[in-house]
Design a protein around this ligand. Structure first.
Ligand SMILES: Cc1ncc(COP(=O)(O)O)c(C=O)c1O
Length: 368
């Protein structure tokens, strides 16, 4: 049996007629930029997540960069985050002119270790960016307590975590601000790039909205130098339709994770992903760990099973960060995770047969 890593069309297919009607309506009105669908989606998402306001933008990388810009983070400042994330998390810090400071992850988990954050705080530290990697919430209470003690901003990287809950609360509602990605394969994905910034601080959202729209205060007045990072009307309309299905899609991912856990638990050598107590993951990625990850990947490929790597190289080993001089062993938990993680097929609509086939193949590998 062939099992894809993800199957977007399987997910979107039932919604295509509704999306096409929405697209046709936008074409007829030529409302491609800042059409009413953008505000409608922003209100829809704000209501869904439980915040007063959300700002739709072009992508999560710019959402992170613009949020830091709005918080006046820039040259001379330091921002703490993890090395086992997508490059855009740290790229956004660099784009503001601030310095990236890496903190290791909690042993046995994938998110930033609050104890390690404390060790990295200096007089230059301005913010912490916890990444809710794979859709598993980071240890927010501990992170928020540290931030409060040292007067730091917390910017939640929710690119992979639309709908994950930390002790009953949606991630993205606890920090100073939060940034979301609507890259097509994300739990809430669009037909291209897209993103959003959310915050309980409507003044901060106003600033990000202004930066995202060329620093405008009205059509012909520009208060600051901003950029062009608006969410397209087409994408906003499609996102609104898909947002109605996000909770159900996340539930399908959770059901798939439960089945993987049940089937994979007996096998030796596999470490299954753990969710902190009281949290609800939304499994953007279902990443297991195995000491012979690359051999397992090749074995699964031969059985027709596609897998992914999130992420094979900790960011402090990327050529672009060579000048940081961080040697092997400097962030051991994240380094070990990057060497061992393997993302299994996971998407709404994945069948029990597919999960059983993947799990059986992993079991056969473990028995060799
Ligand atoms: C953890 C994380 N942060 C940020 C981003 C950047 O998102 P975007 O592609 O929307 O700019 C991604 C995208 O892959 C991500 O996974």
């Amino acid at each position: 049996m062939k099992v894809p890593f993800a199957d977007l069309f399987r997910q979107f297919k039932p919604l295509v007629p509704e999306i096409q009607i929405a697209m046709n309506s936008i074409i007829e009105r030529c409302a491609f930029i800042n059409g009413p669908e953008v505000q409608q989606f922003e209100r829809h998402m704000a209501k869904w997540i439980g915040l007063p306001e959300v700002c739709g933008v072009s992508n999560c990388t710019q959402a992170l960069e613009m949020t830091m810009q709005a918080l006046a983070i820039g040259p001379g400042d330091e921002v703490i985050t993890v090395p086992n994330t997508a490059f855009p998390t740290t790229e956004a810090i660099n784009l503001t002119g601030a310095r990236v400071v890496f903190a290791d992850i909690t042993p046995g988990y994938f998110s930033i270790d609050p104890a390690q954050i404390e060790k990295k705080i200096t007089s230059k530290t301005k913010a912490i960016i916890p990444v809710h990697l794979y859709g598993i919430p980071a240890d927010m209470n501990a992170i928020l307590a540290i931030a409060k003690k040292h007067s730091l901003y917390v910017i939640e990287d929710c690119a992979q975590a639309q709908g994950a809950r930390y002790k009953g609360t949606y991630v993205g509602t606890m920090g100073t601000a939060s940034c979301f990605s609507f890259f097509p394969s994300k739990n809430l994905g669009t037909f291209g790039d897209g993103g959003a910034m959310a915050s309980a601080d409507t003044g901060l959202i106003k600033k990000v909205r202004m930066i995202a729209n060329h620093g405008r205060i009205d059509k012909y007045s520009h208060l600051i130098v901003g950029t062009n990072s608006r969410l397209d009307t087409f994408k906003a309309a499609q996102l609104s339709i898909c947002l109605n299905h996000l909770d159900a899609w996340n539930q399908q991912r959770r059901d798939a994770a439960v089945l993987y856990e049940e089937l994979l638990t007996p096998y030796k050598g596999i470490k299954l992903p753990r969710v902190p107590e009281g949290c609800e993951a939304i499994w953007h990625v279902y990443a297991i760990r195995h000491a012979k990850r690359d051999e397992l990947t090749a074995y699964l490929k031969k059985q027709g099973i596609d897998t992914g790597l999130h992420y094979p190289m900790p960011l402090h080993f990327q050529p672009v960060y060579e000048s940081m001089g961080l040697q092997k062993g400097s962030l051991p938990e994240a380094e070990a995770a990057c060497a061992e993680v393997l993302s299994l097929p996971m998407f709404p609509g994945i069948t029990d047969d597919e999960i059983q086939w993947v799990s059986k193949a992993i079991g056969d590998f473990c028995k060799q």
